[in-house]
Design a protein around this ligand. Structure first.
Ligand SMILES: [Fe+2]
Length: 166
């Protein structure tokens, strides 16, 4: 979302050479594959002892995206306000939340077949954060210094705080 809005502002800016959204979906595929590999051959006893029983009752061992706390994934996970500043700060926060989640997983998991891909995903979130930071700087460079964070630059432009302009 932010990527499109940024291109609206600059006419040429892009978050990266590759599609960040496509990469994020590939990350979901990696995590789903890890979950499938960890759960597909569980015995009933392992399911009961591992705390997986509630999930198993609802979904067997199928992949059904949800937070670690059990909150199901839904479209609310995709935040979009239609304001490049708001959306980029949201994107930056999302990347750090993902990195923190991977850090928490890595504190719990020592199996290299799980930890190594998680370390890769963690590294990518850091890169994403840096690219969104670049994007934020690009947007900030095009803002009027007198109305920093005071207007939606993609909707209220040309915004001005100068009373003589109104
Ligand atoms: Fe990311």
């Amino acid at each position: 979302m932010a990527q499109k809005m940024l291109s609206d502002i600059s006419g040429e800016w892009n978050i990266s050479d590759a599609s960040l959204g496509t990469e994020e979906l590939a990350h979901l595929e990696m995590v789903a594959t890890i979950v499938h590999q960890l759960t597909c051959n569980l015995s009933m006893e392992e399911i009961e002892k591992s705390g997986f029983a509630n999930y198993y009752v609802d979904h067997t061992t199928g992949i059904w995206p949800q937070a670690a706390g059990g909150i199901p994934f839904n479209a609310c996970e995709f935040q979009s306000k239609g304001d490049p500043l708001t959306d980029l700060f949201e994107d930056l926060a999302a990347e750090q939340k993902a990195r923190s989640t991977y850090d928490n997983i890595l504190r719990l998991v020592k199996d290299p077949e799980v930890a190594d891909p998680i370390r890769f995903l963690r590294a990518r979130e850091i890169v994403h954060f840096q690219r969104f930071g670049d994007a934020l700087r690009s947007v900030q460079d095009s803002l009027d210094s007198r109305n920093y964070y005071a207007f939606n630059p993609s909707f209220d432009c040309p915004a001005s705080c100068n009373p003589s302009d109104t």
